[in-house]
Design a protein around this ligand. Structure first.
Ligand SMILES: [Zn+2]
Length: 198
């Protein structure tokens, strides 16, 4: 599996050990016994999981984009409902939801649809803020494809709002970044937002 490969390629054994030791310390600090049967393998499980869900710290989202050329395609390309899971950098618990990514290509410079999902994934797999993640996705597309316009909308539920603090389960946070023609031209902006909201 790809995940296992990434693990062995990118994660040093000493880093995995550091996570394991830290999780053991946390268990002790909250008054648990890390040596009881149910918790015995927890530090190593969490370490493996962290190297997977934080693998984006070793990736640049824009590297996921490969450029292809097409006959002048001058219509909006939109991938809706790309589901993602990220970790709130303030609380290290998940926020998750859907990303909608649209761009208007310039001179037929496009990328594969699955690459847009990979950009979202790379931006998500790190301690993150939804606002910054939205910007990172837009910037990756701008830097690689130099499109006429980019629109990125993220809708997410934050576990730090659902299970702690104000405990508003089910509330969703929406962030958007509009660049280029989607920022400056009212009609283009309305068109892309209506496609995203469908
Ligand atoms: Zn949070």
């Amino acid at each position: 599996m790809t995940i296992t490969k990434e693990l062995s390629n990118n994660t040093k054994v000493e880093d995995k050990n550091k996570i394991e030791n830290a999780i053991r310390e946390i268990l002790l600090a909250i008054g648990e016994n890390p040596d009881r049967t149910g918790l015995l393998l927890t530090p190593s499980r969490v370490a493996r999981m962290y190297t997977e869900i934080f693998s984006g710290t070793k990736q640049d989202p824009k590297d996921e984009i490969t450029i292809t050329y097409t006959e002048n395609h001058d219509e909006i390309i939109l991938v809706r409902d790309i589901s993602f899971y990220s970790m709130c950098e303030h609380h290290l618990i998940p926020f998750f939801g859907q990303a909608h990514v649209a761009y208007l290509p310039r001179n037929g410079v496009i990328t594969g649809l699955s690459k847009l999902a990979r950009v979202v994934e790379a931006a998500a797999r790190r301690p993150q803020l939804q606002e910054r993640m939205t910007t990172q996705i837009a910037n990756a597309i701008i830097e690689k494809l130099n499109p006429v316009g980019v629109a990125v909308v993220l809708e997410a539920e934050h576990m730090c709002m659902s299970m702690r603090g104000i405990k508003k389960a089910g509330s969703r946070t929406i962030t958007s970044v509009l660049k280029g023609i989607f920022e400056t031209n009212q009609a283009s902006r309305a068109e892309v937002l209506s496609l995203i909201r469908k």
